[in-house]
Design a protein around this ligand. Structure first.
Ligand code: PEP
Ligand code: MG
Length: 755
């Protein structure tokens, strides 16, 4: 059996010499395949490059017929080469022709070769091509040979990604690495943004792949690992790890990997095979990514993120640069791309240059989504592997309305989106023109429209939309973007500012709604089997009264001399509300005792989010000054369908007879008991759903600011009398249909109501 001549180090050294020669990219590739074939003692060495059309094109060969170059094209679901490209795994066969995937290309003359070794050319886990060696004899390729060939593909990957090889592509046959991609994620914040990629955590671009002195590279690697361990230990000791998502558990995992001998051994082996320390980290990470990206297990995918983070930290440690978000400064028309990002990090960026946000994680109700919406930044989440796919400076389009992301778009796609953005701007302009019209239906029913807010940056929307007030102020956002628990006076300062900006318009503050999916990084939260059904919101407030008292005190002080509206989230029993009310009573007494000025009036309300309240409406209405329906939670609990879980979140429709009857029951009973009932969940901000709510009897809706225009446009064309009749009849006669959505859409279409 023959083995590699001179080993991978000799090969890499030769490769470096070839790369430095002043010859064309094609000539370089031609020389490289000759070099590899010679080094591996193989009759054939061929390189296939993945094209944008998902076919692999033969770019260079030693041993196959030269006329096949740039002519032989293999689809990724065809043959052994296709199999390697799609699986991203090496394949070594002593008798290739007996493999079921073997397919034969007559123009290459390859039928005389029996053994076959192919490895994927990977970059950041993405396949760029396939490198193959073949022998006439039935040869068994050793682990070392497979490893050696994989190492050479690192150099190949950089070459393919560089402009030189791309220039070899015949017109219309662009290679995959720079291909336009249409990706699908989930919509986080509406709007369309066109711009250029800025990576939140910029990757270190490895410039030097091939080691000049392997021993020196090993020393560099060891030093960098030591420095990395020390820096993580320091961060963990400091305890101040809340910023930029550097949560303790992430760091603990990173520390675990930094001490993981298996991972470090693989990197050392890659260095020994001739790569620089940086090249070796990249090589090991790229292989790991390729393997893990093909996993569907969410646990394993999470580990990939951890591994990415440590690899990135190690590269920074090797480069002597500091790891941590890209701070503040942005080029014009920046679209931020990140694996995940905390709300505080987003707020650090210069809003005026930011056109969009794309994340690998982040559901529609995540904190980052709420902040992106507040800032009016189009955002898309759950875009698989986006960080691995894009490079800084790539053109990118974010459609936050549909959840589409276009990477390196072609001119026609870009033109279509630019037109879409113009149309949207025109529509916004039309909504702005509705601003000063009262929200009154055709048959004279007035509907009060308010906005949902949570940050001070939300407040200017009140004037922009001419909404009547803030129907839901989510106070937890201040806690979520802070690095530590805000003090009573810090809370008071925010509430004072909010009330000042509201300029006399009513603001309904909701007390801290944490727990469930809303985690404060600095707070110890115990692991719960079902956090949505667990220790959250008012439950925490009543069990930890100091927290609730501090907030209520801040609110009472901030509202000195004005009306204060407070509501409590996730109330499940009347008693919980009474206990919350008692806390307000105590704090009012405290203010009096210490001579602080008090609010002119205090209205206390309850969010209806837990279905148990539907059967205590009379009692709750007697005790509360108002109720507000949190339809996001109410529907998740009514249908037992997790609002964060995409597999079930869309399964049940709030416009189903069950959902609508529940909502009708609340508004009818509240009216009987002279208690105001409004809606502040997302439902109220969607024109069709808002129309249904008005038809059921609701006269107050609170919604994201961007929804005020579209909802008002709907109201202006609505005849509530006719709608209520249609809705009542449908609820009477069609109680067993899955949803009345289609029915309501028809009503809107028949009556020319924009929805
Ligand atoms: C709701 O549940 O509908 C609501 C408004 O509260 P949040 O979305 O903050 O849970
Ligand atoms: Mg809720």
């Amino acid at each position: 059996m023959r083995g590699a001549l001179g080993g991978p180090r000799v090969l890499l050294r030769r490769l470096r010499e070839v790369m430095a020669e002043p010859v064309s990219a094609q000539e370089k590739l031609d020389r490289i395949v000759v070099l590899i074939a010679g080094n591996m003692v193989a009759e054939v060495c061929s390189v296939y490059v993945l094209r944008a059309d998902n076919n692999l094109e033969l770019y260079a060969t030693e041993g196959l017929k030269p006329e096949a170059v740039h002519r032989t094209v293999i689809s990724t679901d065809e043959g052994l080469v296709g199999l390697i490209a799609s699986s991203a795994e090496p394949l070594a066969l002593s008798d290739a022709q007996s493999h079921p995937a073997f397919s034969y290309k007559p123009e290459t003359g390859e039928e005389i070769y029996h053994s076959f070794l192919g490895v994927p050319v990977l970059r950041a886990g993405n396949t760029l091509g396939v490198l193959v060696v073949q022998n006439r004899a039935y040869r068994v390729y050793t682990e070392e040979e497979i490893e050696a060939l994989q190492t050479t593909t690192m150099v190949m990957a950089e070459m393919v990604a560089s402009g030189d090889v791309q220039a070899l592509a015949p017109p219309g046959q662009d290679i995959a690495v720079r291909r336009p991609l249409a990706l699908k994620g989930v919509s986080l914040a509406d709007g369309i943004g066109l711009g250029y990629v800025v990576l939140h955590e910029p990757r270190i671009i490895v410039q030097r792949m091939i080691a000049e002195d392997v021993n020196q590279e090993l020393v560099r690697l060891d030093r960098a690992v030591q420095a990395l361990r020390a820096s993580i230990d320091r961060l963990l000791e400091r305890g101040d790890v809340a910023h930029h998502g550097e949560h303790r558990d992430v760091l603990e995992t990173v520390r675990m990997f930094a001490n993981d001998q298996g991972w470090l051994r693989r990197i050392r082996e890659a260095v020994i095979s001739g790569l620089t320390a940086e090249g070796a980290v990249e090589r090991v990470q790229s292989d790991t990514r390729a393997r893990m990206l093909r996993q569907t297990d969410p646990y394993l995918r999470d580990r990939l993120h951890d591994l990415d983070e440590i690899a990135n930290r190690l590269l920074h440690s090797l480069a002597g640069t500091s790891f941590g978000g890209h701070k503040g400064a942005l080029p014009d028309n920046a679209i931020l791309v990140a694996r995940s990002m905390g709300p505080a990090a987003l707020l650090d960026y210069d809003r005026s240059r930011l056109r969009g946000l794309v994340l690998e994680e982040g559901g529609p109700t995540s904190h980052i989504a709420i902040v992106a919406r507040a800032l009016g930044i189009p955002a898309v989440g759950e875009v698989a592997n986006i960080v691995g796919i894009v490079e800084t400076g790539d053109a990118i389009i974010v459609d936050g309305t549909s959840g589409d992301v276009q990477v390196r778009p072609q001119a026609n796609v870009e033109a279509a989106y630019a037109e879409k953005a113009r149309l949207r701007a025109r529509r916004q302009e039309q909504y702005r023109r509705l601003r000063d019209l009262p929200a009154v239906t055709r048959d004279g029913v007035a509907v009060s429209l308010s906005i949902n807010a949570g940050l001070i940056v939300d407040m200017p929307h009140l004037t922009e939309t001419a909404a009547e007030g803030v129907g839901l102020f989510r106070t937890e956002l201040q806690f979520m973007v802070a690095e530590r628990l805000p003090s009573t006076s810090e809370q008071q300062a925010l509430y004072e500012q909010v009330l000042a900006e509201a300029n006399g318009a009513p603001v309904t503050f909701r007390t801290l709604d944490i727990g469930g999916d809303k985690i404060l990084p600095y707070m110890e939260i115990t692991d719960e089997e079902n956090p949505a059904l667990g220790w959250r919101a008012i439950r925490i407030g009543l069990d930890r009264p100091a927290l609730l008292r501090s907030q209520v005190r801040a609110l009472l002080k901030a509202a000195a001399g004005r009306e204060l509206r407070i509501m409590f989230p996730m109330v499940a029993t009347v008693d919980e509300f009474l206990r919350a009310k008692a806390i307000v009573g105590k704090e009012k007494a405290y203010l009096k005792r210490h001579g602080y000025p008090k609010p002119s009036a205090v209205a206390l309300g309850v969010m209806i989010e837990v279905p148990s309240l539907l059967f205590q409406l009379e009692e709750i209405c007697r005790e509360a000054d108002f109720v507000s329906i949190g339809s996001n939670d109410l529907m998740q609990f009514l249908f037992a369908a997790d609002r964060e879980n995409r597999q079930v979140a869309g399964r049940f429709d709030p416009l189903s007879p069950a959902g609508l009857r529940a909502l009708r029951m609340i508004v009818t009973q509240a009216r009987q008991h002279e208690c105001s009932a409004t809606v502040c969940g997302e439902m109220g901000g969607r024109p069709l759903e808002a129309m249904a709510l008005i038809g059921l009897g609701y006269r107050g809706l609170s919604m994201p600011p961007a929804a005020v225009g579209p909802v008002k446009a709907m109201i202006l064309e609505l005849d509530v009398g006719a709608l209520t009749k249609t809705l009542d009849e449908a609820l009477r006669k069609e109680g067993s249909v899955t949803s009345l959505r289609a029915r309501l859409e028809t009503f809107a279409a028949d009556n020319a109501i924009p929805i």
